[in-house]
Design a protein around this ligand. Structure first.
Ligand code: FES
Ligand code: FES
Length: 166
């Protein structure tokens, strides 16, 4: 089967995958995209969050068959060391990560939120991001999201004015 991953189409060898295999297994064990983490395996913690057609999705409980024909984006494509996403810059500025384990899922959930809501309140953030951080980084995450939102707002306004897609 072909998988659309981070803007590229990848042919997955039939011998290595099964349609029922969780997407997280495919990402980590078949494609070697290990930025997405395994935490609970039961859709509770959000460490495995990726985007599927722009929606934050818990890849540990998403079978490969469910993403056929859909665009999957992982933390590896959110930004790069040379060109970090505004959220990644804000994460550094606010020194958000502690152990770091939950953070790729947090960032993907935050990116999906900002794509829909350019100026989220604390309540919006708490409602949208149900990921768990055992290190308790929630207050810094809220502040970092608001910092990134302020940076992205002029861009979002320009896109709205020109009708361009995010
Ligand atoms: S590993 Fe998927 S939600 Fe915890
Ligand atoms: S930074 Fe350690 S679990 Fe979130």
């Amino acid at each position: 089967m072909d998988l659309s991953i981070n803007g590229q189409s990848k042919a997955l060898p039939d011998a290595a995958v099964d349609p029922a295999m969780p997407l997280l297994w495919v990402l980590r064990d078949v494609l070697n995209l290990t930025g997405t983490k395994f935490g609970c395996g039961v859709a509770a913690c959000g460490a495995c969050t990726v985007h599927v057609d722009g929606q934050p999705t818990r890849s540990c409980v998403t079978p490969l068959s469910a993403v056929a024909g859909k665009a999957v984006v992982t933390i590896e494509a959110l930004g790069s060391a040379a060109q970090p996403h505004a959220l990644q810059r804000a994460w550094l500025a606010h020194q958000v990560p502690q152990c770091g384990y939950c953070q790729s899922g947090m960032l993907m959930a935050a990116a999906a939120l900002l794509a829909k809501n350019a100026e989220p309140s604390d309540a919006d953030i708490d409602a949208a991001i149900t990921n768990i951080c055992r290190c308790g980084t929630y207050p810094r995450i809220r502040e970092a999201i608001k910092t990134a939102a302020r940076e992205l707002q002029p861009l979002a306004a320009r896109r709205k004015a020109t009708g361009a897609k995010a």
